[in-house]
Write a protein that binds this ligand. Structure first.
Ligand code: NAD
Length: 483
């Protein structure tokens, strides 16, 4: 019998009101049920919101440096449980152990950084236009924050959203993703052990249409932080707009690397291969387009094909796997449908393009790293986020043409340019329609103190992570004192 997991509401571990459960499956061995999780609904959300509202009364007045002590303790506990947590992520998320360790480290870094923010949370003082008047701003918590997570980074994303929300004095209702629900359980247990008061953080498991939608419509939730696909993001935003709730959206991407003819080609190939195929492309900042200058096109393609043919595709528990399984069959079918349609439209499969079968590949959903050329920028394969190990190739004659193709996208999350020309690099920061820009580096990789977020369909203005997250998870109050 698979292990039974619970919701965490008001400091108690309890089953869903419905009594129903759903299965959590190991993507590297789909015959293994890792656990049974509560299939919650609106009633469970109601209970979690009530608990969070009650806890808010005291947590909002707890001085930020005191809140910070709990986050510092959480960081210490995350360090002490690093390997155990990495193994939980590996099992339910299908990433290699080293990738999972990186995810835990990122949660540790965020706990420490946000704890430090507890002593910084700056407002401003300024001169009033009136005599004998003092003018200042101060940051206040928003209230109950609902955090809705995707499957792909179940610990890092939980930490990146929950820690800033807590340090700002909000209480939280957290919805785990139905494809990776166990990691947030361990995260919550760490905060419980670190001394977080009951009701400040509540965890509700379940599906988007039951739990997620109830959260976005709940009048007791003052802000929603949503990370997931752009399609779901617009449903979330519209429910929040109807009741004027604040909403922070971190959505999908169609991120591109531009390779100029003066680039270090080996460095660029490494960046593109890693960005496109690690974690099977299931990363919001995955490289899904590479735009190559014609003068280096043939050499770049040759180097890239030689690298990709040596990638090892395998399960998460084999540390030598470069490309790991997809999260589920739905994703596999979706990705294969994109590839089929591209073929029908006359695109050429330069590498891969198929599902892998036989032996250990029958225990999960594996797709070959796939490279496609002869694509026009308006085709579906060049426009839609695939969220799999699929890379589209374009050949261009100039930097201006590269930027035109780069910006011909509904998305604008991350962008990268490989060049040795510092002038081009700085022009790129002006020209690229993206929230995060890299030069001579892959399209992913973020630091705890630096803001993160996208433009166009990749986000809607607020920034998560770094100092900017404090602005996102707090309200600024303007205060005048006449003396
Ligand atoms: P998804 O949109 O399918 O699901 C995300 C979450 O939303 C899940 O918890 C799901 O249960 C919930 N949900 C589904 N329907 C809902 C509804 N109607 N109302 C409220 N909640 C609902 O996304 P996914 O497949 O889990 O994750 C992949 C997507 O997430 C990709 O598009 C990826 O780019 C994006 N992502 C973005 C970032 C970022 O920071 N920009 C980070 C990671 C992932």
């Amino acid at each position: 019998m698979a292990k039974l997991f619970y919701n965490y509401i008001g400091g108690n571990w309890i089953p869903a009101v419905s009594g129903e459960t759903f299965e959590n499956i190991n993507p590297s061995n789909i015959n293994e049920i890792l656990g049974l999780f509560p299939r919650s609904n609106k009633q469970d959300v109601d209970m979690a919101v009530s608990a969070a509202q009650k806890a808010f009364r005291d947590w909002k007045d707890t001085p930020p440096p005191e809140r910070a002590e709990i986050l510092f303790e959480a960081a210490r506990l995350l360090i002490a449980n690093k390997e155990q947590l990495a193994n939980v992520i590996l099992k339910e998320n299908g990433k290699t152990f080293s990738a999972c360790l990186g995810e835990v480290q990122s949660a540790i870094d965020m706990a420490n950084f946000m704890a430090g923010e507890g002593r910084r949370m700056y407002g401003k003082t300024t001169h009033s236009g009136l005599r004998k008047r003092f003018a200042m701003t101060k940051r206040f918590p928003i209230g109950v924050v609902g955090i809705i997570l995707p499957f792909n980074f179940p610990l890092a994303l939980t930490a990146w959203r929950v820690f800033p929300a807590l340090i700002c004095g909000n209480t939280v209702v957290l919805k785990s993703d139905e494809n990776s629900p166990e990691t947030p359980v361990h995260f919550v247990k760490i905060l419980e052990q670190a001394g977080l008061p009951k009701g400040v953080l509540n965890l509700v498991h379940g599906f988007g249409l039951d739990v997620g939608e109830s959260m976005t419509k709940h009048p007791g939730i003052s802000m929603i932080s949503f990370t997931g696909s752009s399609v779901t993001g617009s449903l979330v935003a519209s429910n929040c707009a109807k009741r004027h709730a604040k909403v922070s959206l971190e959505l999908g991407g169609k991120n591109a690397v531009i390779v100029m003819d003066d680039a270090d080609l080996d460095l660029a190939v490494d960046g593109v291969i890693c960005g496109a195929f690690s974690v099977s492309g299931q990363r919001c900042t995955a490289t899904s387009r590479v735009i190559i200058h014609k003068n280096v096109y043939d050499v770049f393609i040759e180097k890239m094909l030689s690298r990709v043919s040596n990638l090892k595709i395998g399960p998460a528990d084999d540390e030598s796997s470069d490309v790991t399984p997809l999260i589920n069959k739905k994703q596999l079918d979706r990705i294969l449908a994109f590839i089929d349609k591209a073929k029908q439209q006359g695109c050429r499969i330069l590498f891969g393009g198929s599902q892998l079968r036989g032996g250990l590949y029958d225990r999960g959903y594996y797709i070959q790293p796939t490279i496609i050329d002869q694509v026009t920028p308006d085709m579906e394969i060049a426009q839609e986020e695939i969220f799999g190990p699929v890379l589209i190739v374009f050949k261009v004659s100039s930097y201006d043409e590269a930027i035109k193709i780069h910006n011909f996208s509904q998305y604008g999350l991350s962008a990268s340019l490989f060049t040795r020309d510092v002038n081009k690099a700085f022009s790129f920061f002006d020209d690229a329609e993206a929230g995060v820009c890299y030069v001579n580096a892959p399209t992913f990789g973020s630091e705890p103190h630096m803001p993160f977020g996208g433009v166009k369909k990749s986000g809607q203005g607020y920034r998560e992570v770094g100092w900017a997250a404090i602005e996102t998870y707090s309200e600024l109050k303007t205060i005048y004192v006449d003396y």
